[in-house]
Write a protein that binds this ligand. Structure first.
Ligand code: ARG
Length: 559
């Protein structure tokens, strides 16, 4: 409907004489009640220029305007002028729904690094990682759809003092066989035991510090063990990523930057930004109302912010990004604000290309997630249960379905992904098995089912003939209007780093489709009416399928 609005904006602008067409275009609204019109022009702003009450302006405009052909009539209501689009216009609008050239080219030539998921190795993937993984992946898809070149980065937490502890614990209490057999859970077990015993035995902590020091200095035996931990962890994560259909372009984690940090520390020193604080080196940020950014510990070892600064510099050089996006829980907001500021103070104008995308915390049973207290749910368990449930429902309802397992995976994963992307990302959520595994109402499976329904109609009626002259009914018009919002919604999701915009849009779109499906038969229709409905079903299927893919869910042709 962009073209209609543009045309109307011209007409309104020249009739009033006090407002430019592009300003008129921005003022247009959509009447909340579709029976009151399709496009509304509010006259309140004009009141100042024309020195008349808005209701009078609306009335006068209604009488004077030379309406374009596609507009059937214009009615003044409470200071608004409401325009009604001629139904025949929608037949033509339907034909142009598939054209997304403008949005697909909007990011052409631009590069975004998206740093997401990034688990700390030697720990199992748990609920706390769902947000960053699903939001990050959806953002990747959205940016790519809009023409950006995207580098998806899994910045593995594969360095730090915890590896000193793990190496000691491994040498005392574990073996390759045990890890081979039990995977990352074995690493979690020995790590927890180490922390527990170190509470009463201080020598363990010293041994861990020494081990990490040796690791940093390149001790071959320790390097080998550390590499093994990393490999085992990655192997497990890959299974989860494969199930979710997520791919990364880089797994350069924290360890990759160890040799790039001395230069950063040196640069900070040269630029006069480092201050000694109780033996540690920090960047003072009190002028910006933030606690100091910690760069070097007393013993000279580097810290999380130091590594992030080194990584950002390297990425800027390597990829020449226009945006570098970090998806983490809101608990890390201060960390990002601090080191973004440090990059700015270093004099890099690309500091404003760094974007932190925070999301709310996930709790379970109202309690914080913590492996120490056992209040934890592992992502692979959650996915396995969701898939199992999908499988049993399919067995019950459609036992002859071909690709049964594939479909169950698509739906089970879809339920989990949808649940993670349904709320505005900043909202804190308390995890519930019921809603994560629910397939009814506003859920992923409902969306996938609606998609499959449209696919099934099109299998029965694959060819749309000529639909010239057909005048669509209200449900058809509502669906076309809904479909025409796709580009706007995708752009909004991108600009706000908010995949839930698409989740909500897809829900509404499926609602509009189901309404149409029930009121407007396709298979039993004939002639122009049938052709129109086939074309509309195909347009819905394309748009809904695209939304599913953007969110990281699979298209299910048959359920
Ligand atoms: N590994 C960190 C964690 O699990 C997240 C890393 C986020 N990315 C970054 N560049 N700091 O909390």
């Amino acid at each position: 409907m962009k073209d209609v609005k543009q045309e109307l904006a011209q007409v309104v602008a020249s009739a009033t004489g006090v407002i430019a067409a592009e300003d008129a275009l921005r003022l247009f609204e959509t009447p909340p009640d579709p029976t009151k019109g399709d496009i509304a022009f509010p006259c309140f702003r004009l009141s100042k220029f024309l020195r008349k009450p808005p209701a009078v302006i609306a009335q006068e405009l209604a009488e004077q305007l030379e309406l374009p052909d596609v507009i059937e009539k214009a009615e003044p209501v409470n200071g608004y002028l409401n325009f009604f689009i001629r139904p025949s216009y929608y037949a033509q609008a339907l034909a142009s729904l598939g054209d997304h050239t403008a949005i697909r080219e909007s990011g052409k030539g631009k590069t975004a690094c998206i740093d997401f998921s990034s688990p700390n190795i030697a720990k199992k993937f748990h609920l706390g990682h769902i947000g960053t993984t699903m939001i990050g992946n959806a953002l990747r898809n959205i940016f790519e759809y809009c023409g950006w070149k995207v580098i998806a980065i899994n910045y593995l937490g594969d360095w730090g003092t915890s590896f000193g502890k793990l190496i000691c614990a491994y040498k005392m209490w574990s073996s390759r066989e045990a890890i081979e057999k039990n995977g990352v859970i074995e690493l979690e077990r020995i790590y927890a035991r180490f922390n527990k015993e170190a509470q009463t035995d201080e020598s363990l902590n010293q041994a861990a510090r020494d081990a990490f020091c040796a690791l940093e200095q390149g001790n071959e035996e320790y390097r080998e063990i550390w590499r093994y931990f990393r490999e085992i962890s990655l192997k497990e994560y890959m299974k989860t990523y494969d199930l979710l259909g997520i791919k990364f372009d880089s797994y350069n984690g924290e360890s990759f930057y160890t040799d790039k940090m001395p230069a950063v520390v040196e640069e900070l020193r040269e630029k006069g930004l480092l201050k000694l604080d109780d033996g540690a080196s920090v960047v003072d940020l009190s002028a910006y109302n933030m606690p100091p950014a910690l760069i070097l510990k007393r013993d000279g070892s580097t810290l999380y912010p130091t590594r992030d600064i080194a990584a950002a510099k390297w990425r800027k050089q390597e990829y020449g990004f226009d945006k570098c996006i970090y998806v983490t829980s809101a608990g890390q907001s201060l960390h990002f604000a601090q080191w973004f500021k440090v990059v700015e103070l270093m004099g890099y104008d690309w500091a404003n290309e760094l974007v932190h995308v925070p999301y709310g915390t996930m709790s379970f049973g109202g309690e914080k997630l913590a492996s120490r207290t056992g209040n934890i749910i592992y992502l692979d368990d959650l996915l396995a249960q969701a898939i199992e449930k999908a499988e049993s429902i399919i067995d019950e309802k459609n036992a002859d379905l071909k690709d049964k397992h594939e479909t169950a995976v698509a739906i089970g994963v879809g339920a989990v992904v949808f649940n993670a992307l349904f709320n505005a990302r900043i909202k804190d959520v308390d995890f519930s098995w019921d809603s994560a595994l629910s397939f009814e109402g506003n859920t992923g499976p409902y969306l996938q089912y609606t998609y499959a329904r449209a696919s099934s109609v099109l299998r029965k009626c694959p060819e749309a003939g000529d639909c010239a002259g057909y005048s669509p009914n209200a449900d058809e018009i509502a669906l076309i209007k809904q479909l025409s919002l796709f580009d706007t919604k995708v752009l909004q999701a991108l600009e706000q780093y908010e995949p839930s915009v698409i989740t909500r849009y897809l829900l509404d779109t499926c609602g509009a489709y189901n309404q149409f499906y029930h009121s407007s038969p396709v298979v039993r229709a004939e002639g122009a009416e049938q052709s129109f409905r086939i074309a509309l079903t195909a347009a819905f299927r394309e748009t809904a399928g695209k939304c599913l893919e953007l969110l990281g869910m699979r298209r299910t042709e048959e359920i």
